[in-house]
Each structure stands twice: as C-alpha cells, then as structure tokens.
Design a binder for this molecule. Structure first.
Ligand code: ZN
Length: 236
C-alpha cells in the first residue's frame, strides 16, 4: 500500500472518529472522500458507467466511504471494510473498483464526484470532501429567518470574528432536496463553486478542504457559531 493511500485511510479513520464523537454521524449518516495523486491497480472487470462525464477526473483515483457504512465502524475497525476506492476511466464517464476496496461507494458519490471534478481544475490543492449531520446547523435551518445564505452569513459573521479567517467566503445554503439525488448534488456544486462549506436544509452540511481536517475545521467552526447564536437567542 502506498504511503499516500495509507495516510488517506488513517485520515478517514480519525475524521470518522471525530464526527462520531461530535454526534454528527448517527446511523449511516455522513460520507467522506479524498482524491489521490498516485495510481492504484484496479480491476478492469469491475466497471460502473456514470450518467455524466467528469472530464477533470479522467484516470484519477478517489477513496470514498462505502454505501451504508457507519462513522462509528469506520472509526473503530479496519478501514478496508468501510471504504471504497475507485479509479475513473480515461474519459471520466465511469469508474473501476480497486481490489479489496470494492464495496459500492456512498449514495452521495455523485455530489463527491462533481466537487472533485470542479476542484481538480479550479484549485487542485483541495482534495477532500466531507458530509455530516451537525445538530445545531440542522436546527438553525428550521427557522424561517434562515432560508437564505445572506441571512445565515450575516449571523455567522456577527457571532465570531474568526469567521473571516476560517470561512472567508461564508457558507452556502441548499434548500430541501432528496438525499442521494442528482438535484441535491447539483445544488451543492452550485453553492460550493464560490465557497468551501454549504448548509443543507433538514439534513446537515458539506465542506471541502486540502485534507479532511481542513474540511472538518469549517464544519466545527460553523456549528459552534450557530450553537452560540441559538444559546444567545434563548437568553434574549
Ligand atoms: Zn446526509
């Protein structure tokens, strides 16, 4: 196993543990992915066709948590059992599974592919995508005041001065969409073209980063600001 792959699997394990510890990965909630630099041998007989073309991902390898995997299991057991590795074909229209990591990737794989495809071209340093279900973010988006990114960002930037450092472009807002749908993936891509975290109504949030720690920083920061806002609201 290459050093890069070993490090990425270790990062997935550590991040899953943190998400589980925060309580943001109930049941099979949440999914993580990392785009690798190196090549990994794949099985040519295990090919899946995609409905779109991800031209910037041609030949690229990605690790994605497997469909139905639980954060608590990823954190405590062998990552091979809960992570899928896929290598895109030469024109980006499908992927091959890598032996020993051949479980089906997350039901949100399309959102992950769209984001990796966007960032591979725009900012190749961004290599990780993280989705989870933070309680306070979900609570906030139930309030009728917070159905736009303008309202959300006005609040976030008024709560904590470090918003400027950690989420300089603010957070995006994705309205109610069916989990795992193409519609949800497209709405996420649209929001994350201009910023690195988006909040999803009645669902959670999704962020990107140089690595999973960097992606998790943004989620922790936003959820903490939201938590403080909700506490202040109770006092007033
Ligand atoms: Zn989710």
């Amino acid at each position: 196993m290459s050093n890069e792959l070993e490090r990425a699997l270790e990062d997935i394990k550590e991040t899953a543990e943190l998400i589980h510890g925060h309580g943001w990965g109930e049941a099979t909630a949440g999914n993580l992915s990392v785009r690798l630099q190196g090549k990994i041998a794949f099985d040519k007989s295990k090919f899946s066709e995609l409905s779109d073309r991800y031209e910037n991902l041609a030949g690229k390898t990605l690790i994605i948590t497997s469909s139905g995997s639980r954060m608590r299991q990823i954190a405590s057991k062998n990552t091979e059992e809960y992570c899928s590795i896929i290598t895109m074909n030469d024109n980006g229209t499908g992927y091959f599974k890598v032996n020993n990591f051949e479980k089906d990737p997350s039901s949100e794989t399309i959102a992950h592919l769209m984001l990796h495809n966007e960032y591979e071209k725009k900012n190749p340093e961004i290599k990780a995508v993280l989705h989870c279900h933070p309680d306070q973010i979900i609570t906030l988006l139930h309030l009728t005041t917070f159905k736009t990114k303008e309202a959300i960002n006005k609040m976030l930037f008024s709560i904590h001065t470090e918003a400027q450092l950690i989420i300089p472009d603010g957070a995006g807002f994705v309205g109610l969409k069916k989990p795992g749908s193409y519609e949800l993936a497209s709405a996420i891509l649209n929001e994350l073209k201009k910023r690195e975290i988006a909040l999803i109504e009645k669902h959670g949030c999704i962020s990107v980063g140089k690595d999973l720690n960097d992606a998790l920083d943004k989620v922790e920061f936003v959820n903490k600001a939201v938590k403080i806002y909700l506490e202040i609201k109770k006092l007033r």
